[in-house]
Design a protein around this ligand. Structure first.
Ligand SMILES: CC(C)(COP(=O)(O)OP(=O)(O)OC[C@H]1O[C@@H](n2cnc3c(N)ncnc32)[C@H](O)[C@@H]1OP(=O)(O)O)[C@@H](O)C(=O)NCCC(=O)NCCS
Length: 282
């Protein structure tokens, strides 16, 4: 098939084909959609190309590394839209530039996988506070990164936010709880034995960030205008908001921390999905 060889050539030029099932999937999708007529206009995805649907009760959480060899980063850069490439070029430090490129390219690959599109075809638009969302029908998603770790969350139901922080006691020390947390949260934090406070700080921080990220408010929403749970062992929850007594019923918070991998993380969701499907990208 002429289309197959053309696509394979294009991909061989761009991506480390065969390195993982993930890249093979990408090849699969392109081969399935390319008509081999010399155009780059791909048809809309058929149901068969939606290889990996998200069921209504599911939240898919992917974990990935942002560290990749320089040659891969340059290839992955080609998957980004012009505005993303320009943003990448504005980073002062090369390490941040590379992590941004890898983070966005992986987001495009994962969304492409759900949508039956090649990564370059995924189009984003942005909310008032820069939350990215799809410019065409598809799942809600959010991504977060800390150091080399990235988490991506996808759901077919409701708004989603995710936040990760490396489990770093200095991060907690540098950020004064009294400046960011509500009075109720500060009281709980300070009632804990000192050795548990750094971790509880990060637990509170990531739950709060996941909530504002799900809402898309950015830091326009005062962090002390709502309370989350933070006591060790307490279920993750939104406990109170200053603006509505109904709000806590609407939101589901889940802890996604992985102590072995050295990070604290949380997810917030406004929909009814509860089954978290965790996957590693590589
Ligand atoms: C949302 C926010 C709190 C996250 O900050 P953070 O904890 O340092 O970063 P994270 O790694 O957890 O998340 C970053 C990712 O969240 C997404 N994101 C960006 N803005 C977002 C928002 N408002 N809501 C949800 N997600 C957002 C992006 O995908 C971003 O990654 P990318 O830039 O590599 O694509 C911060 O970016 C913020 O406050 N943004 C709002 C900026 C703003 O108010 N601008 C107004 C201009 S008028």
């Amino acid at each position: 098939m002429p289309g197959q060889s053309r696509c394979t050539a294009i991909l061989a030029d761009r991506l480390p084909i065969g390195e993982s099932p993930h890249w093979l999937y990408y090849v699969d999708v392109v081969l399935a959609t390319d008509r081999g007529d010399g155009t780059d206009q791909l048809p809309a995805p058929s149901a068969a190309q939606l290889h990996d649907p998200i069921l209504l009760d599911e939240i898919h959480v992917w974990r990935a590394s942002l560290e990749r060899p320089g040659a891969d980063v340059e290839r992955l850069r080609l998957l980004l839209a012009a505005d993303e490439q320009q943003r990448a070029d504005r980073f002062r430090f090369d390490r941040d530039r590379c992590r941004y490129i890898v983070g966005r390219a992986q987001l495009r690959v994962l969304l492409g996988r759900y949508l039956g599109l090649v990564p370059e075809q995924v189009r984003f638009e942005y909310g008032a506070f820069e939350k990215p969302r799809l410019a065409h029908p598809g799942p809600s998603f959010n991504l977060t990164h800390s150091g080399p770790v990235a988490l991506y969350a996808f759901t077919a139901a409701g708004e989603i936010g995710v936040d990760v922080e490396l489990d770093d006691a200095d991060f907690a020390k540098e950020r004064i709880a009294e400046r960011f947390f509500s009075a109720a949260e500060v009281a709980v934090l300070r009632s804990l034995p000192e050795r548990l406070q750094a971790r509880a700080f990060l637990t509170c921080w990531t739950r709060k960030e996941a909530f504002i990220k799900a809402r898309g408010d950015g830091l326009s929403l005062a962090l002390d205008s709502f309370d989350v749970s933070l006591e060790p062992g307490a279920p993750a929850a939104l406990l109170r908001t200053a603006w509505s007594t109904e709000e806590t019923r609407k939101w589901y918070i889940e802890d996604l921390s992985d102590p072995d991998a050295g990070y604290v993380a949380a997810m917030a969701l406004s929909g009814n999905a509860r089954r978290v499907v965790k996957r590693d990208l590589f």
